[in-house]
Ligand binder design. Structure first.
Ligand SMILES: C[S@@+](CC[C@H](N)C(=O)[O-])C[C@H]1O[C@@H](n2cnc3c(N)ncnc32)[C@H](O)[C@@H]1O
Length: 465
């Protein structure tokens, strides 16, 4: 991160605009809306009507630095002269005055973002001056996503903060109440009556009897664990339920395969605990993870145990909830897109197909004592697709054992590297030469194998590349 994002309180603070351009007119408006005391030194009278926005315009040529620059908290300049812009920037820098020059991101000490104004809700989008068009494109998309009704929603919350604090004394309780009210009614917030819906629900919560409130409070103080499938990597492959739980969690215990983009979705104050597990490098041993989840829930936390793919497919999710069940802790399981589905879809390889495969089996190629413990004879049906998780290390052995058990050496096979992510790559071949081909390449985990004639469909169905 090259910049520190912040919103400034500029009420009654003197701010200066120097130069003339449409961009400066917009900055004058924004500063005046933020109730700053705005002075604008301009060589020409601004064409925009600025009477309504409380800006003092000083019409004068800009051939020297304004005498009273030290009086201002911040300066926005675009004089049309690179030399004068630089002089202003240097002066501001040496006098610790924040300065923005439209022509030079490097000489500026702050950037003016593209904004979506739903005051008091405000969204600012910035690329630090490096790609302003991208900021504007994103801002326009956000404008469409957040209709103006959100302004009323934000005002409603602001005006009820005190009332809620009187009834719900703990910060956690208040945060959970608002979270629940907003998420339960999210689809209505876009509509004109969104605030009315919120108001009814809030009144019901505030009018709850002490007993009801005690019950609700007790309920909210009981911790719980959600075992959540984070999918194979791409964040937009999460389910809605997974997203809601991640955004509400007080603590997130996550695996190596959970992408950083997904972790960024959690609350900023949520505790993040890395539970590991690269091959032979478990950051926390499994029995300790099981106990950790139980302990966090006993502290009253809403815990999300985030696992790559689906928690019940080679994810040891069963063991984790066995401990929770034995200790009487509330839990739920949220399915995720397993690597087999994600990798197959993004590679254009249907796992079943009327003309190729009528069944599909998921197996683990994990080595135990140097060999793979699979019933090879059961894997010889040419109309069955085999998906091998954790099969890279044992690839040679998998190919040889399948051929020895009777599967044709010409059987197509695909290895999918970092499936569904932007590094997604597919390598294809046939059983008898594939291991040797792969050995010559540099492959990055995680990888998945798909074996069977469905792999040939990729030639016509591949869409992701
Ligand atoms: C311990 S298993 C967990 C599987 C997970 N629970 C699921 O449902 O996908 C980890 C293995 O899943 C496979 N895997 C997970 N994500 C993958 C991805 N994005 N691309 C390829 N393989 C992946 C790899 O074989 C990896 O070694």
């Amino acid at each position: 991160m090259n910049h520190y994002p912040a919103f400034l309180t500029l009420t009654d603070k003197p701010c200066l605009i120097i130069g003339y351009s449409h961009r400066l007119s917009r900055q004058a408006e924004h500063l005046s809306e933020a109730r700053a005391q705005v002075t604008w030194i301009s060589p020409t009278q601004p064409s925009r009507n600025l009477e309504s926005v409380n800006v003092i315009v000083c019409k004068q040529p800009i051939d020297e630095l304004p005498a009273n620059l030290d009086d201002f908290w911040l300066v926005v300049a675009e004089t049309g002269s690179t030399e004068m812009d630089k002089k202003i920037a240097d002066y501001c820098y040496s006098h610790k005055i924040f300065c923005n020059l439209s022509g030079s991101a490097t000489d500026s000490t702050f950037q003016t973002p593209a904004i979506v104004d739903r005051s008091p809700l405000m969204l600012a989008v910035s690329t630090g001056g490096s790609a302003p068009t991208l900021s504007r494109v994103i801002k326009n998309r956000l404008e469409a996503y957040l209709p103006s009704a959100y302004s009323e929603v934000a005002q409603f919350i602001e005006s009820n903060t005190q009332r809620v604090a009187e009834k719900f004394t703990s910060r956690t309780e208040r945060s959970r109440l608002w979270h629940r009210l907003l998420l339960d009614n999210i689809s209505q917030l876009n509509h004109a009556n969104g605030v009315q819906v919120l108001e009814e629900k809030l009144l019901a919560a505030l009018d709850a009897t002490t007993d009801e409130k005690d019950d609700a409070q007790k309920q909210s103080q009981i911790g719980q664990v959600a075992l959540v499938g984070a999918g194979p990597g791409a964040p937009d492959l999460l389910t809605f339920r997974a997203l809601n739980l991640i955004q509400q969690a007080d603590a997130i215990v996550y695996d190596r395969l959970v992408s950083p983009e997904i972790l960024d979705l959690c609350k900023p104050d949520a505790e993040r605990i890395y539970a590991g597990k690269a091959k032979a490098n478990h950051a926390i041993p499994q029995p300790e993870i099981n106990e950790l989840l139980a302990n966090l829930a006993r502290e009253g936390k809403h815990v999300v145990r985030l696992k790559g793919g689906d928690p019940f497919i080679f994810g040891r999710g069963g063991e984790e909830i066995e401990t929770l069940a034995a200790q009487g802790i509330n839990f739920q399981v949220v399915p995720g897109i397993t690597a087999a589905s994600g990798c197959a879809a993004f590679s254009g390889i249907p796992l079943t197909h009327r003309d190729h495969a009528q069944s599909c089996i998921f197996v683990t190629g994990h080595l135990k004592d140097g060999s793979i413990n699979l019933n090879w004879r059961e894997l010889t049906d040419p109309t069955q697709t085999i998906v091998v998780y954790m099969g890279l290390t044992g690839l040679e052995s998998i190919c040889t054992e399948l051929i020895n058990a009777g599967r044709s050496k010409e059987t197509p096979i695909a290895l999918i590297e970092r499936g569904t992510t932007r590094h997604h790559q597919v390598h294809t071949g046939t059983l008898h030469t594939f291991a040797a081909d792969i050995r010559k390449k540099s492959i990055t985990a995680p990888t998945l194998l798909i074996i069977g004639s469905v792999v040939t469909l990729r030639q016509s169905l591949n869409w992701y590349d």
